[in-house]
Ligand binder design. Structure first.
Ligand code: PMP
Length: 420
């Protein structure tokens, strides 16, 4: 079994709740094994500290004249700059705070110039599948390497202006998509490209400048900043020309008597009407600062060792099938979904929670078309029927070898070799 590579001086940023006690139904107490980072990640200690530091000064952003309001306005605008830097934004990109990735992608969908067709693959998360108007859905590529050629062929046939949208890393399989290659193809055909980085951002560095991606959407709560903030970052022209995402105060430059004529701001304010989520933005920026300052290559090596350990353990359990779109060796972040022959996903996760104090997710992970297909393909590989829901284990900064081993032990109880 893979051991965690010894990285002697590796500093792993600390998350809150690493040692939560869980009382099991049989009376035992165990430490909670959180293997559900892909759903929502625990809070970084530095994020909690940044929020706590600002709380005594909490006041209106962009609206007051006192010292507290000045501080909060500065903190909010500084957060915007920090988050932009974290994703390698270009100087003229806009950084618009939203509630989460879903909100950010819906905002982009509303800002598309008339006649734009959105091109995407069938397996996207619902947040990146459903908000768009006219879409051209491409079938799943046989391999990640095939995706750029497939996109080129589709765009060559399309005469309308297009936005390509793709996930950076699948929330079902953790598999990483070839984003920079897809961006090059999109631009060669005069299209733009958006990146759903909800899963990628916590695991891998992102650079809009280097990848030439036009827009990126991400969520604070998946990046250790659980205070209800997300962001859309990218080219300002479409955003400045679109109708405001929310109509209301803060988005308006001037409103005539009776509100009949309205002049809307351009820039981020256009889409951020209402009192902004200051603490969420500050939390997200604090997470960006902490992650950007960490040795991300070393953290990735640590994560890969944990994922390898988990996957090789799963592959040795009879009746357990991993879900994947691409080859078994394809690059992935710390997310692994699987199914157990003859046991529904919900029963697997209830067993792991009740007997082992483990938190995982079961179901179809808001990617129904993809999970249905991958379950069918996994059944065919295993030559045994699998249930119609899956289980997902996902890894983050607080995950340990013991958590992974405990999961494998818990699953071994359920596999055919062990069952009476
Ligand atoms: N895209 C992907 C790939 C995701 O995993 C998720 C969340 N599961 C989303 C989009 C939506 O994120 P949120 O729920 O934070 O809006």
């Amino acid at each position: 079994m893979t051991t965690i590579a010894a990285v002697p001086d590796l500093f792993v940023p600390q998350v809150l709740g690493e040692h939560l006690p869980v009382r099991l139904p049989d009376g035992r107490e165990v430490g909670y094994a959180n293997l559900d980072y892909a759903a929502t990640a625990p809070c970084l200690a530095t994020v909690a500290a940044a929020v706590n530091d600002l709380l005594p000064w909490y006041a209106g952003v962009h609206r007051g004249v006192g010292e507290a309001s000045h501080r909060c306005t500065r903190a909010y605008e500084q957060a915007r700059a920090t988050v932009g830097d974290f994703v390698g934004a270009r100087p003229d990109d806009e950084v618009v705070f939203t509630r989460n990735t879903t909100d950010a992608l819906n905002l982009l969908a509303r800002a598309l110039p008339p006649g734009t067709v959105t091109v995407l693959w069938d397996g996207e998360h619902h947040a990146n599948l459903l908000p768009w108007g006219r879409t051209l859905r491409l079938p799943a590529p046989a391999s990640a390497e095939e995706a750029p050629a497939q996109l080129a062929a589709a765009l060559a046939r399309l005469s309308d202006p297009a936005l390509v949208t793709v996930t950076g890393a699948s929330n079902v399989t953790g598999e990483v998509w070839p984003v920079a290659e897809l961006a090059a193809v999109a631009h060669r055909h005069g299209a733009r490209i958006a990146l759903d980085a909800a899963q990628l951002a916590a695991h891998r560095p992102i650079s809009l400048r280097e990848s030439t991606v036009d827009y990126v959407a991400l969520s604070g709560h998946k990046m250790y900043a659980p205070f209800g903030c997300g962001v859309l970052i990218g080219r300002s022209d479409w955003l400045d020309e679109a109708p405001p995402y929310l109509a209301g105060g803060g988005a308006t430059a001037a409103v005539s008597e009776h509100g009949r004529r309205v002049r809307w701001h351009t820039g981020p304010a256009r889409h951020e009407a209402g009192t902004p989520n200051l603490l969420g933005a500050v939390a997200l920026a604090a997470a960006c600062t902490e992650l950007a300052g960490a040795d991300r290559a070393a953290l990735d090596r640590r994560e890969q060792a944990l994922v390898d350990r988990l996957r090789s353990g799963l592959s040795r359990l009879p009746g357990v099938a991993e879900l994947r779109q691409f080859t078994a060796g394809h690059d992935r972040v710390g997310i692994v979904s699987f199914a157990v022959t003859g046991v529904a996903g919900g029963d697997v996760s209830a067993h792991l929670a009740g007997r082992y104090g483990i938190g995982v997710r079961d179901g179809l992970f808001c990617a129904h078309p993809l999970v249905h297909r991958l379950l069918d393909e996994a059944s065919a590989r295993l030559e045994r029927p699998l249930g119609d829901t899956a289980v997902r284990a996902s890894i983050g900064l607080g995950t340990t070898t013991e958590h992974v081993d405990r999961l494998l032990t818990g699953l071994a109880d359920l596999t055919p070799a062990r069952r009476p």
